[in-house]
Design a binder for this molecule. Structure first.
Ligand SMILES: [Zn+2]
Length: 191
């Protein structure tokens, strides 16, 4: 009986990849997606809200292997590897695949789970949700509202005011500092 319980806990810990971990390996930092990836990505835009639908082979050509794995194959980056996890910079987080605005930095919080965490998306339409019953768990998957890329999962153990924790793979996030975002917005509107 004890053995079964131990095993259940072990399996849960192993599979609960988006859950909270107590260890904190800060030594491994992945490099944030470089701008060269964006340059060869024709669908990337911070202003175009048209839905993006591409065949898998197209995504494979456009995206880096790391981004492709998480975004299109619903992979999970290793915990504590995202440079965004502890970032407190003020600005906006975009989908690294298509440039869709996803989260504002003021809804980001330290969850300690190993992935960048937010309590609220930037707008209702910025995220879409799907039931995820893989690995014997009942979770809610979150995807980009524009390109349907896998971003992570949402859990109901977040802080007020929403009580939600959007646990997001940093590799599919792209960050623009507030001042730069403002500059970009002004340039777009003065054309
Ligand atoms: Zn997207």
């Amino acid at each position: 009986m004890k053995f079964t319980f131990f095993y259940s806990v072990l399996i849960l810990c192993t599979l609960s990849v988006q859950g909270c971990y107590s260890q904190n390996n800060k030594s491994v930092k992945q490099s944030v997606m470089d701008s060269s990836t964006k340059k060869k990505n024709p669908v990337y835009s911070n202003t175009d809200s048209t839905k993006v639908v591409l065949a898998d082979e197209e995504w494979k050509k456009i995206l880096s292997p790391e981004v492709y794995n998480v975004a299109r194959q619903k992979g999970t980056e290793r915990p504590y590897t995202s440079a965004f996890e502890h970032s407190t910079e003020i600005g906006t987080y975009y989908c690294a695949v298509c440039g869709n605005a996803l989260f504002k930095s003021d809804t980001k919080f330290e969850s300690g789970c190993g992935w960048p965490s937010f309590y609220e998306p930037i707008s209702k339409g910025s995220i879409i949700y799907a039931k995820d019953n893989t690995y014997g768990m009942s979770r809610t998957e979150v995807m980009c509202g524009r390109c349907k890329s896998h971003l992570g999962h949402v859990f109901d153990d977040g802080p007020p005011p929403t009580g939600l924790r959007y646990c997001i793979n940093g590799v599919v996030l792209d960050f623009t500092k507030a001042q730069e975002a403002e500059k970009k917005y002004n340039t777009e509107n003065n054309k």
